[in-house]
Design a protein around this ligand. Structure first.
Ligand code: SF4
Ligand code: SF4
Length: 399
């Protein structure tokens, strides 16, 4: 049985393993519902989503995370309780309420307060302002969005608790200090964890994930751990130096996060039922033992020392954050950046890069098609020099 923790000042009892439902949109509804069905049956009681986690397939089929979660809960047909955490992009009263009502409709929630439900299942609802950066936080404060939209919504029983998610640690520290939010969703993983990582990576932020985590914890907030794998591109980087099986690394990275007691709930994403089952089984093994944590940290630090701050996490924020983005020249730049990051690590540790060259050669469009328009550049939440990395990728892998 999964262990539980308390979600900070909300008092909600959450399973320490939650589920990040962003990527269920990568498969069509029948497969996504299978994954979500497994999640619910396994006893995971915290599911994270957003109004923007949607995808349309070429045949017109749409996979929408919020709607799929609602449908999975309905099909689950259980008289239990589940905690849904969704996020919206309205940072003033009107826009925020419009997003909130949109989400309630997409998920298919009925009733309010303690009577809120989907079918027979009781639903506790957390609502977050999604991806607060400097500009969005300015608007949120200027318009008193939380006080005028979310606090009244909570009083009316539309939602139970108010939170935010973000990536800019300076801004996050300020938002936490405002005292307006009960829950924070933040990244934490073996790569993104503490001061020495930031120093090695040469990042400019004065705050580290560790400091944001400590600050939120001191304030009694619930802390949702997104990106326990550091983004889809990080596990392959670890594999370069350890040559171990993919799933072993994922399990280890997840258990590393579970070893941090200040986190309330860790929300790995999974696309398939098999991946969700792996996460579940890893969580049952419990937190990674101390010695294995240190080993994993050494391996992660070894990678950071080689690639510095210029490595792509394969997180897809540049492509998927609203509004969605595609390179005008159809370059799969995220895939190329991950290959380039792997190339740097492989060369530094003396591993052949032939298979990376092969993968690069199989891409439908390579980096030579880049005209340096720069449109992708501002979309990276880690500010990596995308255009320069594409150039070096083509030089090193395209030969
Ligand atoms: S800079 Fe290159 S990769 Fe980026 S959007 Fe422009 S053409 Fe595409
Ligand atoms: S370019 Fe940046 S935002 Fe895009 S996948 Fe890589 S790390 Fe993530």
């Amino acid at each position: 049985m999964l262990a539980t923790r308390v979600l900070g000042k909300t008092g909600l009892k959450v399973t320490e393993l939650g589920f990040g439902a962003m990527n269920v949109r990568l498969v069509k509804p029948p497969a996504a519902l299978k994954t979500l069905g497994f999640v619910l049956r396994s006893g995971i009681n915290f599911i994270d989503t957003s109004e923007t986690y949607n995808r349309e397939f070429p045949d017109g089929t749409r996979s929408e995370s919020e709607a799929l979660i609602g449908e999975a809960i309905r099909r689950w047909d259980s008289s239990g309780e589940v905690i849904v955490n969704t996020k919206g992009h309205g940072y003033n009263r009107e826009a925020c309420l419009e997003c909130l009502h949109g989400s309630l409709g997409h998920i298919g929630i009925e009733g309010k307060g303690p009577d809120r439900h989907i079918g027979k299942t009781s639903v506790r609802l957390l609502y977050m302002l999604h991806g607060l950066d400097g500009e969005r936080w300015d608007e949120t404060q200027r318009t008193e969005c939380v006080q005028k939209a979310l606090v009244p919504a909570r009083e009316r029983g539309l939602i139970d608790h108010i939170g935010f998610s973000g990536h800019d640690q300076e801004v996050m520290a300020e938002v936490i200090r405002s005292g307006l939010f009960e829950v924070v969703e933040m990244r934490y993983n073996v790569f993104d964890r503490e001061a020495r990582q930031t120093a090695v990576a040469g990042q400019s932020s004065r705050f580290t994930s560790r400091q944001v985590l400590d600050l939120a914890y001191q304030r009694g907030m619930g802390i949702v751990n997104m990106k326990p794998f550091g983004g889809n591109g990080m596990q392959p980087l670890l594999r370069v130096i350890t040559a171990e099986e993919v799933m072993v690394q994922y399990r280890r990275m997840l258990r590393y996060c579970l070893a941090e007691p200040k986190l309330s709930v860790v929300i790995p994403g999974a696309v398939t039922e098999e991946q969700a089952r792996e996460c579940y089984q890893a969580a049952l093994e419990g937190p990674l033992p101390e010695a294995e944590q240190r080993l994993l940290e050494e391996q992660a630090d070894g990678i950071i020392e080689v690639v510095g701050s210029d490595y792509c996490r394969g997180c897809r924020h540049c492509l998927d954050d609203a509004p969605e983005f595609e390179c005008p020249n159809a370059i799969p730049f995220d895939e190329i950046l991950v290959l380039e990051s792997r190339r740097k690590v492989a060369q530094a540790v003396g591993v052949s890069v032939d298979h990376l060259k092969e993968l690069y050669g199989q891409l439908p469009v390579d980096a030579s098609a880049c005209d340096r328009c720069g449109q992708c550049q501002d979309r990276c939440i880690y500010d990596i020099p995308i255009v320069d990395m594409l150039e070096s990728a083509h030089r090193e892998l395209g030969a």
